[in-house]
Design a protein around this ligand. Structure first.
Ligand SMILES: [Mg+2]
Length: 374
């Protein structure tokens, strides 16, 4: 017997997706397919001028969330919102969702009500319908959500359209979801150490905890851009951290970029958390994941319109590919910006619970099939 066994973790996230793609390469490709694997969502022609976009995500207990700190209604909301975020990153509007749920035996009817109430609330907020799914028993709570959206062909935005000279823009603020996770993990540790005598203090950090547990998809931002007459040249949602997403745009567009670190916005509460843990708040903002803001590029003639928009920041510029992805700050000057951390940091903040528990090795928690990043 010489059957070989290669652990899947040896591939890394990008290697895993490449490997899957190579196994699927023989499937005849429809001429109506515009983008398959490699963006936030797949895009196909659905009429003369309409495109549909489709994305799917799983949330697994113990990998993506910890049921001890997320109320089931928030989990339901988040499961829909993170998929809507990928649809919005194509400049598309979400229409329909299907939900498959694996429910553990200890899951109560009340928890299930909360879960589906949260999903209903998100569907209402994003103007979409939940049209089907499947349920099964499972060893841990498992949710798989698919969202289909629609966009006019003239409006669709991919990761691949950034041009040298474009400006790099970001909606909202970043680093908050990571700060929220830090607070929650810290509270859990204190609870474990001190037992019943411990009283959790979450009052001071409501904003960042909400950023972690109940993120918003920025449908309002693409609506605002449309109103302002701006069509981004490329776009991605911030699920893995700003630095990582800039690399995705660079890779797909064949460009480099410089991120101006002081221009990357974070909330004062995010700073307070970083200060409390004696961390660098810029690392939270650049490498913290799960903020679900939109990172996009605009042509130089559109930058004035962006400056006039509230809640959107210009954080850098697109440059030749040979320059790579760099960060600039007055303190450090220009330096390479790695997808998951500056070289002089000990390592990137990890938003994966497994990794936070000290386990080694790459995680596939955010691998998605319709994109090459979550
Ligand atoms: Mg995405």
């Amino acid at each position: 017997m010489s059957q070989s066994f290669t652990p899947i973790s040896s591939l890394g996230e990008f290697g895993l997706i490449d490997r899957m793609q190579s196994r699927l390469a023989d499937i005849p490709r429809s001429e109506n397919l515009i983008v398959g694997i490699g963006d936030d969502a797949a895009v196909y022609r659905a009429g003369d001028t309409k495109l549909h976009v489709v994305t799917t995500d799983v949330l697994i207990e113990g990998v993506h969330f910890d049921r001890t700190f997320i109320p089931t209604s928030y989990l339901g909301w988040k499961a829909i919102a993170v998929n809507v975020s990928d649809v919005v990153a194509m400049n598309a509007k979400p229409l329909y969702a299907t939900v498959s749920a694996g429910l553990p035996r200890n899951f109560s009817v009340e928890m299930m009500d909360g879960l589906y109430d949260g999903m209903a609330e998100a569907c209402k907020a994003y103007g979409m319908e939940l049209v089907g799914g499947d349920t099964s028993t499972a060893h841990a709570l498992y949710l798989s959500i698919t969202v289909i959206g629609e966009v006019d062909e003239k409006d669709v935005v991919f990761r691949r359209g950034a041009n040298v000279g474009d400006y790099l823009c970001l909606s909202g603020d970043v680093g908050g979801a990571y700060a929220g996770l830090k607070v929650l993990l810290d509270q859990r540790e204190q609870l474990e150490n001190m037992g019943d005598s411990y009283e959790p203090d979450l009052e001071a950090f409501q904003y960042v905890i909400r950023r972690q547990l109940r993120p918003k998809a920025r449908l309002d931002v693409i609506e605002g851009l449309k109103k302002a007459g701006v069509r981004p040249t490329s776009m991605i949602d911030v699920s893995d951290g700003v630095a990582s997403e800039v690399h995705h745009i660079g890779l797909r567009s064949g460009v480099g970029a410089t991120v101006r670190v002081p221009a990357v916005p974070f909330d004062p509460e995010t700073r307070a958390v970083a200060d409390q843990f004696m961390d660098d708040v810029d690392a939270y903002a650049l490498f913290g994941g799960e903020d679900y803001e939109l990172l996009f590029t605009v042509a130089p003639e559109d930058v004035q319109a962006i400056d006039d928009m509230e809640g959107v920041s210009v954080i850098g510029t697109i440059e030749e590919a040979a320059k790579g992805v760099r960060a600039y700050s007055p303190d450090t000057g220009l330096m390479p910006l790695h997808p998951a951390g500056y070289q002089h940091f000990d390592g990137p903040p990890q938003t994966d619970y497994e990794t936070n528990d000290g386990e080694e090795g790459p995680s596939f928690g955010d691998t998605e099939f319709s994109g090459d990043g979550a």
